[in-house]
Design a protein around this ligand. Structure first.
Ligand SMILES: Nc1ncnc2c1ncn2[C@@H]1O[C@H](COP(=O)(O)OP(=O)(O)OP(=O)(O)O)[C@@H](O)[C@H]1O
Ligand SMILES: [Mg+2]
Length: 255
């Protein structure tokens, strides 16, 4: 157990091997409450695999994950979601034939335990609807409530993904490349949305867009080849020679 209340998430020597490939190699990271934390690194560095280990989408080969001081290593995704970690995916993951509201309602429902669904159907339905409405509002999609999700612009579909995460009532948001594939205007809208959320939730963000990273994050973790190169306050990482050489220096624009 971590005695430090300011820590919301901690990994200890977290490792994931796919056969001979060690995608995440003894990575120890500390995420503090209310301190937006970005994970950066070149393609194939292990960022998404790391996220999948945090959220139970993959079991680690070794190492631990602690959420609010509690060991959650190896718990299934739905248990981790119910404990308060909400995550979005690098590739859009919505139900395209359902309305925006229905997508949010399904997400809100997924947070309920089966016993709650069984015992208090009327109360929980009202609560689920309220959570779905609130999530749409927070993600700037209230005016799109009844739109079929798949007919919206790509940027709005990505906003919907964020709304679906919010509908699960998370304490910590884990977002894997929320700006992926977006144009300039869509990116700006998403960054503004994420800034607002970073004031209300703890945030772990995987992102290649360095302008967005520097405007959103307080802390950066740099991964290269599955290993943690450096982790610390943004200014420390910006000034780091090792990071410059490996990632932020010449050619960083390519990421
Ligand atoms: N399920 C899997 N089975 C085997 N290898 C995998 C699997 N998932 C990821 N890998 C490999 O692990 C390494 C890390 O991949 P990962 O997707 O975590 O990188 P990433 O940092 O998220 O990259 P990107 O920036 O391109 O999204 C890559 O070499 C990838 O091919
Ligand atoms: Mg990835």
């Amino acid at each position: 157990m971590s005695a430090d209340d300011s820590v919301i998430l901690e990994t200890r020597e977290l490792t994931k091997a796919f056969g001979g490939l060690v995608a995440v190699n003894t990575v120890s990271v500390t995420v503090r409450k209310g301190e937006p934390h970005a994970i950066i690194g070149p393609n194939g560095a292990g960022k998404s695999t790391f996220v999948n280990l945090l959220t139970g989408h993959l079991p680690p080969s070794s190492g631990r994950v602690l959420f609010r001081g509690r060991d959650i290593t190896g718990l299934p995704t739905h248990r981790i979601s119910r404990l308060g970690i909400g995550r979005s995916y690098q590739k859009t993951n919505i139900f395209p034939t359902f309305s925006v509201f229905e997508n949010c309602r399904l997400a809100a429902q997924s947070r309920l335990s089966t016993s709650m669904r069984f015992f208090r159907p009327a109360v929980t339905l009202a609560e689920v609807n309220r959570q779905a409405e609130q999530a749409m509002e927070q993600a700037g999609l209230a005016a799109r409530r009844d739109r079929t999700a798949g007919t919206m612009s790509y940027g709005e579909q990505r906003q919907l993904e964020i709304a679906m995460v919010l509908a699960t009532r998370p304490e910590l948001l884990v977002l894997d490349e929320p700006l992926a594939g977006m144009g300039k205007e869509e990116s700006e809208r998403m960054v503004a949305l994420l800034k607002g959320l970073a004031a209300q939730y703890s945030l772990v963000l995987v992102e290649h867009d360095m302008d967005a990273v520097f405007s959103l994050a307080a802390t950066l973790t740099v991964m290269v080849n599955g290993t943690l190169l450096e982790s610390g306050p943004v200014e420390q990482i910006r000034a780091s020679q090792a990071v410059q050489d490996a990632y932020l220096g010449d050619g960083a624009e390519a990421y």
